[in-house]
Design a protein around this ligand. Structure first.
Ligand code: 5GP
Length: 190
């Protein structure tokens, strides 16, 4: 998606060799017009496939998912990160290792909001090692719902997550795939 790639080139910054900061427009300050175009693109890619729910993970995914959801006319459910060991039986649970915080979280979603009749689109800002997306996939599988696919804003194509998730049979559409960071510059896949 040209608009997103242009934003990354103009307003993104590469930090510590392999971290892309997009906090000027995507996950701290949010460029709502750009994110609305991202939502429109996810809808173009997944319309007509019976999506009735969008699932994302707190915190960065929520805003993007909500704007996308307006194009689909469906609700958003966001998975919560928790450190509590005291999880009752009313939730599906999985684990996610946070790339940005370098720690493992239990992640939960209420059984009230995900069930076998749902057709779910997963949305997140980044796909890197795949831990966040695999955590979401595990929760959907526990619920018996169908995964229609995943919509990712930025995939690090050089990292392991994309292959891992696709090898699970999940359809992934990434709007910008980074091939490499070369001397601090961002190179996209075609
Ligand atoms: P994964 O679980 O696929 O390794 O990483 C996905 C999560 O880590 C995303 O939700 C995102 O918040 C964060 N993340 C991974 N790589 C980057 C990066 O280069 N920049 C930023 N800002 N976040 C990242």
């Amino acid at each position: 998606m040209k608009l997103l790639k242009d934003a990354i080139l103009e307003r993104g910054r590469v930090k510590d060799g392999d971290v892309l900061k997009v906090d000027a427009f995507l996950n701290h300050q949010m460029d709502v017009e750009l994110i609305n175009e991202i939502g429109r693109e996810f809808h173009r890619l997944y319309k007509g496939q019976g999506v009735n729910k969008i699932l994302t993970i707190e915190a960065s995914g929520i805003g993007i998912a909500c704007i996308a959801a307006q194009h689909f006319g469906v609700p958003v459910v966001f998975v919560k990160k928790t450190q509590s060991r005291n999880i009752d039986g009313e939730v599906y649970t999985s684990k996610v290792t946070s790339f940005t915080h370098q720690r493992e979280y239990d992640v939960i979603v209420s059984k009230n909001f995900l069930n076998e009749n749902d057709r779910v689109l997963l949305i997140d800002d980044f796909l890197a090692k795949g831990s966040a997306l695999l955590g979401l996939i595990e929760l959907v599988r526990q619920s018996g719902a169908t995964i229609v696919g995943a919509g990712i804003c930025i995939e690090k194509g050089f990292d392991t997550g994309g292959k891992l998730v696709r090898s699970e049979g999940v359809h992934v559409e990434s709007l910008a795939i980074i091939k490499e960071f070369k001397d601090g510059k961002i190179v996209f896949e075609d």
